[in-house]
Design a protein around this ligand. Structure first.
Ligand SMILES: Nc1ncnc2c1ncn2[C@@H]1O[C@H](COP(=O)(O)OP(=O)(O)O)[C@@H](O)[C@H]1O
Ligand SMILES: [Mg+2]
Length: 311
């Protein structure tokens, strides 16, 4: 097996049974499979809980042709969306059945232009296409789309049962990859990030490079993690800087600023180090009393991204 593949991809569930979900949601999915027809759906819930996986699993179990369009990316451009959908939906499915359009992260599609157009597409192609929308916040999806979809809300979690199932899954993955682990640490890690399973798998894979999962994984923002941030800053990749911030915000903010400061000496061009230290100092000071740590840290990184030079 290719070692470079991300665990989140390699271990993406491939059947409804493999999805770790509350019984009620699982039953809804099983019902859809047994009726052999995917209705228009909105899957709503927090990141890393298996919404995209569920959309794909349904298509696979029913053997449907499907495309995935990312709402936060190409789904924001109405012309691209129109062309892509028209091309895909107008042709007949290879397998003869209904086709499925998965609009991933649909809540990023602009509600005043793209979403209303989506409503038109749903109508126009209703004879041979179903639509599955995934989103983190269902209230960001406009009413006319809501009323054409069944909403499956992932927020009704069953922490004890799901955390335990996911724990077994992690043990299985670690064993298959011949990584030693302390059971207690894996439990703690899952509780720390619950219900974000993507985050847990990513942390485990990153840390497993050290050969063994021990309590160190619970402590720090790792070095690989910092290198990722610096790479994103260097390439001025706003989107991945933002993802990094979201993923690392549950660490003590003071420590995050300290880590960035420490990393500077290694990664920054010496000419821009003094100015960058002033930026970090300012935002670290502010972090003691701001209302929203995410915005404060992001503002700090945007400033670094625009002004610092990296080696
Ligand atoms: N409910 C789940 N059951 C099993 N694995 C899951 C579940 N949710 C997430 N995962 C793991 O995390 C990865 C990312 O899940 P994904 O479906 O992309 O989440 P979302 O779309 O809700 O952000 C999956 O490939 C899988 O490995
Ligand atoms: Mg997703």
């Amino acid at each position: 097996m290719n070692k470079d593949i991300l665990w989140v991809e390699r271990y993406r569930p491939s059947t409804v049974d493999e999805l770790i979900l509350p019984e009620s949601i699982k039953n809804t999915f099983k019902e859809i499979v047994s009726q052999d027809k995917i209705p228009n759906l909105i899957l709503s819930g927090s990141p890393g809980t298996g919404k995209t996986s569920a959309a794909i699993v349904l298509c696979k179990e029913l053997d449907c042709d499907y495309i995935i369009i990312n709402g936060s990316d190409e789904g924001r451009l109405i012309e691209t969306l129109r062309n892509k959908l028209t091309q895909y939906c107008s042709s007949v499915s290879m397998s003869g059945g209904r086709k499925v359009v998965i609009i991933d992260e649909a809540d990023y599609m602009t509600p005043d232009s793209v979403q209303p157009a989506m409503r038109g597409f749903i109508e126009k192609f209703s004879s041979n296409c179903s639509f599955i929308f995934t989103c983190n916040f269902k209230n960001r999806i406009i009413e006319p789309i809501h009323s054409r979809c069944a909403v499956i809300d992932y927020s009704s979690v069953d922490p004890k049962k799901m955390a335990n199932e996911f724990l077994q899954r992690c043990f299985f993955i670690l064993t298959e990859n011949k990584i030693q682990y302390e059971e207690k640490v894996v439990v703690e890690l899952i509780l720390k990030h619950f219900p974000d399973f993507r985050r847990v798998l990513n942390e485990l894979q990153r840390y497993s490079v050290s050969g063994k999962i021990d309590s160190g994984i619970l402590l720090n923002i790792s070095d690989t993690n910092m290198n990722e941030l610096i790479d994103s800053l260097k390439s001025k990749n706003f989107k991945s800087v933002r993802a990094w911030v979201v993923n690392n915000l549950d660490n003590d903010p003071q420590k995050v600023y300290r880590k960035i400061y420490d990393k500077l000496y290694e990664k920054c061009d010496p000419s821009t180090i003094p100015a960058t230290i002033l930026v970090i100092a300012e935002y670290q000071y502010k972090s003691a009393f701001v209302a929203d740590q995410e915005i404060n840290l992001m503002a700090c990184l945007v400033e670094i991204m625009s002004n610092a030079k990296f080696k």
